[in-house]
Structures are given as structure tokens and as C-alpha cells.
Ligand binder design. Structure first.
Ligand SMILES: [Zn+2]
Length: 81
């Protein structure tokens, strides 16, 4: 999913937001335990198979926000050239 657009008036999206937040916390805990250190806010956890509830260490990949955004959005953006 490509979630780079910001929605300011999202009173309806709160439930889904909390759910993905929970999964994100779990994946960070798994990675942090695996690495033996805390992740910085600049480190994003990518779920390799696209399933955010699959927090097996093999399914998690650390990348920067830029890498993560371009990974998910590459090819979606139409090139105007
Ligand atoms: Zn991802």
C-alpha cells in the first residue's frame, strides 16, 4: 500500500490506524529484540510479504523512510517525461 498522502480530517480512520499501530509496535519489538538495540525513529520496518500481521523476523526488513516510500510507490507514479 502507498500511504504517503496525508489525510487531516480522518475521524473515521482511527480504528484501522490503531490496529496497524499495534502491528507496527510488535514488529519493532521483534526487530529490537533480534538486534539487541532500540530502533531509531528513522528506521522503518518493512513487511517483506506485505502482511503487517506477519511479524516473523524473516518477514521484517529495516529501511529508511525514503527507501520504504520509494519501494512501495515506485512504478505507481506515472512518469511525465
Ligand atoms: Zn513496507
Amino acid at each position: 500500500m502507498c500511504n504517503v498522502t496525508r489525510t487531516n480530517k480522518s475521524s473515521t480512520g482511527n480504528r484501522a490506524g490503531k490496529l496497524s499501530d499495534k502491528y507496527r509496535k510488535i514488529s519493532r519489538m521483534v526487530i529490537e529484540e533480534h538486534l539487541g538495540r532500540e530502533l531509531s525513529i528513522f528506521e522503518i520496518i518493512h513487511h517483506i510479504d506485505g502482511d503487517r500481521s506477519n511479524n516473523e523476523i524473516e518477514n521484517l526488513q529495516i529501511m529508511t523512510r525514503e527507501e520504504h516510500t520509494s519501494l512501495h510507490c515506485a512504478g505507481r507514479r506515472k512518469r511525465i517525461l
